[in-house]
Ligand binder design. Structure first.
Ligand code: OAD
Length: 254
């Protein structure tokens, strides 16, 4: 099947679907200039990926675990402050905008994202299940309150809450549980949708990677959009190979 005929078939399924759930990953923001986390082993990032994937140059266990933050909060905050600055300079791309448009078209629509960059919000998506948190949210280690903080750069590192407690990025780190209510909503959407669309994720990080198989077990069609083959590609009903910033607008407009 050519990409054009795959796209036509996928667009037909999307039009027919009453209930749609979408899972996005770092790849959807790659064309905006936000680094992804991982590239296929031994391959340099493509032009579309733009910037080297983060886990090529940094060790997740040094920066994105509760132990790393306990050991060296300043180092972890410096890294997040740098990423916040980088993301603040980026804009949503046509893929983000297409999904915001799809939310308006479908009565039953759920957007689930692993991304913490806030670009879906900036593109106009309203209801977003952020299963890995948000880089623009901070949580106090003492009073546990979560607030938004969009300052770039943060004036003092590590930042502190008005109660005096130290703030941490409200992001799910390796070894931590996902926010329970948000995760339950994501699972419910996967179980009840007719069509599950997956865009720009390597499909290797669990439990997020379990959502598409869950949707499929419950009878949904699964469509994947990715530049590369992933562990999900074989199980997807259609796997569209290419940049989400081009494929999503084509899929949703047609
Ligand atoms: P990854 O960096 O693991 O994967 C990005 C995927 O996007 C790859 O499969 C690329 O082939 C694909 N890709 C790159 N550019 C693309 C484009 N223009 N269009 C479509 N696809 C493209 O990112 P995630 O799967 O999101 O966790 O990673 C999952 C989690 O691992 C992240 O949420 C993060 C990370 O550690 C936390 O921050 C908690």
């Amino acid at each position: 099947m050519t990409l054009t005929s795959q796209l036509e078939q996928a667009a037909l399924w999307l039009r027919q679907a009453r209930s749609v759930a979408v899972l996005t990953g770092a790849g959807i923001s790659a064309e905006s200039g936000v680094p992804t986390f991982r590239a296929p082993a031994g391959r340099a990032p493509t032009v579309r990926e733009g910037v080297p994937p983060l886990w090529n140059n940094f060790r997740a266990e040094d920066l994105a675990t509760p132990e790393a933050f306990q050991r060296d909060p300043l180092l972890v905050w410096q890294w997040y402050d740098w990423r916040r600055g980088l993301i603040a300079a980026c804009k949503p791309n046509l893929g983000h905008f297409a999904l915001a448009g799809l939310e308006d078209q479908k009565e039953d629509f759920t957007l689930i994202t692993q991304n913490v960059d806030g670009l879906h919000n900036r593109a106009g998506s309203r209801k977003i299940l952020k299963i890995h948190g948000d880089i623009w949210w901070v949580q106090c280690l003492s009073c546990h309150k979560v607030t938004s903080d969009f300052r770039v750069p943060l004036p003092a590192l590590p930042p502190h809450c008005s109660c005096g407690g130290m703030l941490r990025p409200a992001i799910v780190w390796f070894g931590e549980s996902l926010p329970l209510q948000t995760w339950n909503q994501a699972e419910t959407a996967a179980q009840s949708c007719d069509l599950f669309l997956v865009a720009g994720t390597s499909a290797v990080v669990y439990p997020a990677a379990s959502l598409a198989p869950l949707a499929k077990r419950h009878g949904a069609r699964v469509i994947e959009i990715n530049m590369e083959e992933t562990p999900l590609s074989g199980a997807a009903d259609i796997s569209l190979r290419g940049p989400s910033g081009e494929i999503l607008p084509a899929l949703i407009a047609s």
